[in-house]
Design a protein around this ligand. Structure first.
Ligand code: IMP
Ligand code: MG
Length: 173
């Protein structure tokens, strides 16, 4: 059996999401569409948009689905778009949200795609960041927690499609 040890408790995550929303509200004014990368960002995004409401913002919400990981722990290195946003984001300011930035390929790919579609300004936000793993030049504007090179699960994040439902974030050993 795989063992999962806790890295961030629910309460720590909630407190950090609230702070992040404050940072975002201070830096971004005017219209905003939050675009989440599925599936990993769905729990984070759900908490983040409600925290943004408390911070006085009224964001639109869209999702895109990209894939790079397959079922293992290592990225394939190729990022594919497997589900596009439905609404036209041309002329809008966009906050692109992901669960983890690892090599940086997914975020860079999605960012370029949204800029090609005509986003006027684009910020990136990730709950977790593994800077030591970066392979492309892509730094997120808003980061929840920088972490070491460990494989994490929970709070939307999976290992081979399990553990997404965990309310905390843990490390798979
Ligand atoms: P990147 O394109 O290499 O930056 O990979 C980003 C994606 O890989 C994230 O959005 C996650 O879906 C997945 N990923 C990266 N690290 C982990 C991890 O520790 N656990 C689970 N998924 C991960
Ligand atoms: Mg992901």
């Amino acid at each position: 059996m795989t063992k999962v040890s806790k890295l961030f408790e629910e309460s720590e995550i909630a407190a950090r999401v609230e702070q992040l929303a404050g940072e975002i509200a201070r830096q971004i004014s005017g219209d905003l569409v939050v675009v989440g990368l599925l599936k990993g960002s769905f729990v984070f995004l759900a908490d983040l948009v409600r925290a943004l409401d408390r911070a006085g913002m009224t964001p639109g919400i869209e999702f895109m689905r990209v894939a790079s990981y397959g079922l293992g722990k290592e990225s394939s290195g190729n990022v594919e778009l497997i589900g596009d946003i439905l609404d036209d984001i041309a002329g809008h300011q966009v906050l692109l949200v992901d669960d983890i930035v690892d090599t940086g390929r997914s975020l860079l790919f999605a960012r370029n795609l949204l800029l090609d579609k005509g986003a006027t300004r684009l910020w990136t936000c990730t709950l977790l960041d593994k800077p030591s793993r970066r392979e492309v030049d892509c730094a997120a504007d808003f980061v929840g927690f920088p972490i070491e090179d460990v494989f994490v699960v929970g709070y939307g994040i999976d290992y081979a499609e399990t553990y997404r439902h965990l309310p905390y974030i843990g490390v798979v050993e």
